[in-house]
Design a protein around this ligand. Structure first.
Ligand code: SAM
Length: 453
C-alpha cells in the first residue's frame, strides 16, 4: 500500500489559492488552540508571501511553542560514526560515488573517546549518526552505546542510521536508545528513485516503513524529517504530515521530533546546488507551519543554518538544537579529521550559543529525564498535548542548566547564567514545584549531580 497519496496532495496544491486575510486569521485562530491543522490549512499557510502575513504565522508558532514547552531549548550534538557508505545518494558527501572521500568507521573505543570530548564540554545528549555499510550493524551500534553510557557522562543516545528490521531495532532498544531518527529525504517517489540509484537505500518502501518497525520493536520516541531542497517544499510538507497522520492513526503516537535539514554543499559530489532550493523566508515559514500543524512535537534545528538565521528560527517553534557540531567521524578529538558529510554553517561553540540564548530569553536545557522516567511515546505525547510537559521541562531545564554552569561554563557565562536562572525560578507558577527545584539547586551546590524530575 502507498502510504503517501501523491494524487491527493497534488489535488490540494492545485486547488489552493493565495490565502486571504480572512482565511488566514481563521486558520491561525484554529492553530492557536494547539490542536494541529489539516492538510488544506497547511497548504493555505504555505502560500503566504507578504512579510506581515508571515509575521502573523510566526507569532502564533511562538505562542504555541511557549504553551507546550515553555522557553527551554534542549542541546545535543551529533556524533558521526562512519562516513563509508554503500549508497549513492546524489546530494550527500558520503555517497559511494564520492571518489575524494577517505573512508573511516570508528572503533568502539574511538567512538567512546569522541563522546568523552563532547561530555567534557557539558553535552548530555548525543545523536549517533552513521552512513550505511556492512560494519555498521545493530550490534556495532549497541556496543558503542554501552561503552558511552558506561564511560562518559552522556545520558541519552539518539540514533540516526539506515532502517533496520524489527530484530535490529530490538537490539538498539535493549541498548537504551532514546529516539530513532530517520528522514525520508524526499517523499516524492520519482525524485527519490532518481536520487538513490544504488545500494539498499534505493528501496523507498523499506525506508518509509522504518518508524513502524522501530515502534513494533518497542522504540516509542521516533524522529521524522525531510531533506529540504530536493523537491517542491509544499509537496514535502504535506507528505510529511500525511505520513505522520497515518502513523498516529495506526499506533496512537506521533513524532517525538521533526527535523528540518536543508541541503548544504558537500565536497566531492556533483550536486552543486539544491535542485529545488528555498529561500530563508520560505524555510522559516515551513518551520512555523510545522509547529502549528504538529504542536506537541520537538522541532530540531541543526548547524546547517548560519548563526543569524538560526537565532531568528529559534523564535518560530524550534525546541532542540545542535551546537559545536562536527560531521566527520573522529572530528571532535582531532579537528579537521576525515571528511564531513556537508559544510556546517554555524560553527559557534556551545558556550557561545548558551550565552546568546540567555540574552534572548531562552532557557538552555541539558535535560535527559523523560525517557529515564519512562515518559516516552504515548505517555510523553499525552502530557505534551495537554500542555502539562511544560512545567516539568522548565524545572528540568533549570536544574540541568545549573549543573552545566557549575561544571562546564566559563566565569562570565556563569555570572550571566546565574542571573538568568533567578528570573526563571521566580517565574515557576507552582509553589510546590518551586520549592522542589530550590531543594535540588541546593543539592547541586553541595556536589550532587544528575538530578531531575
Ligand atoms: N545512513 C543513514 C540513513 O540512511 O538515513 C544516515 C544518513 S545521513 C548520515 C543523515 C542525514 O543527513 C540524511 O538523512 C540527510 O537528510 C542529511 N544529509 C545528507 N546529505 C546532506 C547535505 N548535503 N546537506 C544537508 N543534509 C544532508
Amino acid at each position: 500500500m502507498e502510504l503517501i497519496n501523491e494524487n491527493l496532495i497534488g489535488g490540494i496544491l492545485r486547488k489552493t489559492k493565495r490565502v486571504e486575510k480572512g482565511l488566514l486569521d481563521e486558520i491561525l485562530f484554529k492553530a492557536s488552540e494547539g490542536k494541529g491543522l489539516d492538510l488544506t490549512d497547511v497548504a493555505a499557510l504555505l502560500t503566504v508571501r507578504e512579510p506581515e502575513q508571515r509575521e502573523s504565522i510566526y507569532k502564533i508558532a511562538w505562542q504555541v511553542k511557549q504553551e507546550i514547552y515553555g522557553s527551554r531549548m534542549v542541546f545535543f550534538a551529533p556524533l558521526y560514526l562512519s562516513n563509508y557508505c554503500v549508497n549513492s545518494c546524489e546530494y550527500c558527501g558520503f555517497s559511494i560515488k564520492n571518489l575524494e572521500l577517505i573512508p573511516k568507521t570508528l572503533s568502539r573505543d574511538e567512538a567512546v573517546e569522541e563522546a568523552m570530548v563532547l561530555a567534557e564540554k557539558g553535552q548530555k545528549r548525543l545523536l549517533l549518526v552513521s552512513s550505511e555499510n556492512q560494519q555498521v550493524t545493530p550490534d556495532y551500534i549497541a556496543g558503542i552505546m554501552e561503552g558511552i553510557y558506561k564511560k562518559t557522562g552522556i545520558k541519552r543516545l539518539n540514533v540516526n542510521m539506515a532502517p533496520l528490521s524489527v530484530e535490529g531495532f530490538k537490539t538498539l532498544k535493549e541498548a537504551g536508545i532514546g529516539t530513532y531518527q530517520v528522514f525520508q529525504e524526499t517523499y516524492h517517489r520519482t525524485t527519490y528513485e532518481l536520487l538513490h540509484q544504488k545500494g539498499p537505500k534505493k528501496d523507498y518502501q523499506w525506508r518509509i516503513t522504518s518508524h513502524e518497525r522501530a515502534f513494533r520493536a518497542g522504540i516509542e520516541d521516533l524522529g521524522f524529517g525531510v531533506l529540504f531542497g530536493l523537491y517542491d517544499y509544499r509537496f514535502e510538507v504535506l507528505a510529511l504530515l500525511q505520513h505522520i497522520r497515518i502513523f498516529e492513526e495506526i499506533f496512537g503516537v506521533g513524532p517525538h521530533t521533526i527535523s528540518v535539514p536543508r541541503w548544504r554543499p558537500a565536497p566531492g559530489i556533483r550536486m552543486q546546488e539544491a535542485p529545488c532550493s528555498l529561500d530563508d523566508d520560505t524555510f522559516a515559514t515551513i518551520i512555523a507551519v510545522l509547529r502549528l500543524a504538529v504542536p506537541y512535537t520537538g522541532i530540531i534545528l541543526s548547524t546547517r543554518e548560519r548563526p543569524e538565521l538560526r537565532d531568528k528560527l529559534f523564535n518560530l517553534g524550534v525546541s532542540q538544537i545542535s551546537a559545536g557540531s562536527s560531521t566527520s567521524p573522529g572530528g571532535y578529538k582531532e579537528k579537521g579529521a576525515g571528511q564531513g558529510q556537508f559544510l556546517i554553517d554555524d560553527s559557534r561553540t556551545m558556550e557561545e550559543i548558551v550565552t546568546e540564548l540567555c540574552h534572548n530569553g531562552f532557557m538552555p536545557s541539558f535535560c535527559t529525564a523523560c525517557y529515564r522516567r519512562e515518559r516516552t511515546g504515548p505517555d510523553f505525547m499525552a502530557l505534551a498535548k495537554k500542555g502539562a510537559i511544560k512545567n516539568m521541562c522548565q524545572a528540568n531545564a533549570i536544574i540541568t542548566f545549573k549543573e552545566y554552569l557549575l561544571d562546564f561554563a566559563l566565569p562570565e557565562t556563569q555570572r550571566l547564567g546565574e542571573g538568568f536562572l533567578v528570573g526563571e525560578i521566580n517565574r515557576i507558577p507552582d509553589g510546590f514545584l518551586k520549592k522542589e527545584v530550590m531543594e535540588r539547586l541546593y543539592r547541586l551546590n553541595e556536589g550532587c549531580r544528575d538530578l531531575y524530575f
